[in-house]
Write a protein that binds this ligand. Structure first.
Ligand SMILES: C[S@@+](CC[C@H](N)C(=O)[O-])C[C@H]1O[C@@H](n2cnc3c(N)ncnc32)[C@H](O)[C@@H]1O
Length: 270
């Protein structure tokens, strides 16, 4: 908590010092006559600090966004992540508590020619429905991410969550990228919502017993421990019988192959 407060306090000092320079350097002409937010100003639960454009692009790359995705930015600020996503051809929606920022983001989307794909809404992210998103972006705080975590884990398997700098407590990342030559807010973290597979599955004549902590699995096949077992969305992988099993989970069924071996495997939830 103290660390977080210090983090954003440091951000405030840093950003106030360079805000003028940054805004002058990065703000396109459209914003000159618009509402001018101050970096570090209070938000409902988090102050406004914009994600720098290189990290916005890194976050979108890490999520491997495609035109088929629907991205939601929770606490969308001036709309930059939503607009950057829309420029890649996907629909994107920002939830932002500050109504002035919502109007600014809408004006930016119009000015950047992506208003048909970039939308914004004045709302509290804790009261918003983000179940339709296939990609969620965050630049909040560790503690807020942790409050959101149960709802995130209930999203469709394969949904990607990308956070600027802040983590998810004991939920380890699937991947992280830190930008070189960057002084603050330089890391993008990715989590992929795992399918829920904990329990017992029948695989041929044997039981596959799985326990699950987020995307990490432990268990046994026919009573013998499996190794290196994990989920990535609806994809399961583990080592057993000296072979690498990879497969896909769909409801109460799993089907897959063994790497380097012909034939396949399947399992049904008991
Ligand atoms: C650190 S800024 C990130 C802005 C943007 N996502 C970005 O990366 O540039 C956090 C934003 O969340 C907004 N915010 C804070 N609490 C909120 C809440 N409960 N609901 C919606 N927005 C909130 C703030 O107003 C601020 O614009």
């Amino acid at each position: 908590m103290i660390r977080l407060a210090v983090s954003f306090a440091r951000a405030r000092l840093f950003t106030f010092a360079v805000a003028g320079l940054l805004l002058a350097a990065t703000a396109p002409a459209w914003s000159q006559s618009e509402y001018k937010p101050e970096v570090g100003m209070d938000g409902k639960d988090v102050v406004w600090v914009p994600t720098d454009q290189p990290l916005v692009q890194t976050m979108l790359n890490l999520a491997k966004v495609t035109a088929q995705d629907f991205l939601m930015d929770l606490g969308s600020g001036d709309g930059r992540t939503v607009i950057a996503a829309a420029k890649r051809g996907l629909k994107a929606h920002g939830i932002e508590y500050n109504p002035m920022m919502v109007e600014l983001a809408k004006a930016r989307a119009v000015a950047e020619g992506v208003a048909d794909r970039a939308s914004f809404e004045k709302a509290d992210l804790f009261e918003s429905d983000f179940s339709k998103a296939s990609v969620i972006t965050l630049f909040l705080l560790d503690e807020i991410n942790e409050r959101l975590r149960p709802r995130l884990l209930d999203l469709k398997p394969g949904t990607r969550i990308v956070s600027n700098t802040f983590t998810m407590g004991d939920w380890t990342t699937d991947e992280s990228v830190t930008l070189p030559k960057c002084t603050s807010w330089c890391t993008a973290h990715l989590w992929i919502i795992p399918a829920k597979v904990e329990g017992t599955w029948r695989m041929g004549e044997r039981d596959l017993r799985l326990s699950q902590t987020y995307q990490m699995l432990k268990g046994t096949l026919g009573g013998k421990p499996i190794a290196d077992a994990r989920m990535s969305g609806d994809r399961i992988s583990f080592t057993a019988d000296g072979m690498r099993f990879v497969g896909t989970v769909s409801g109460t069924k799993m089907t897959g192959t063994m790497e380097g071996h012909s034939g396949g495997w399947s399992a049904t939830r008991r």
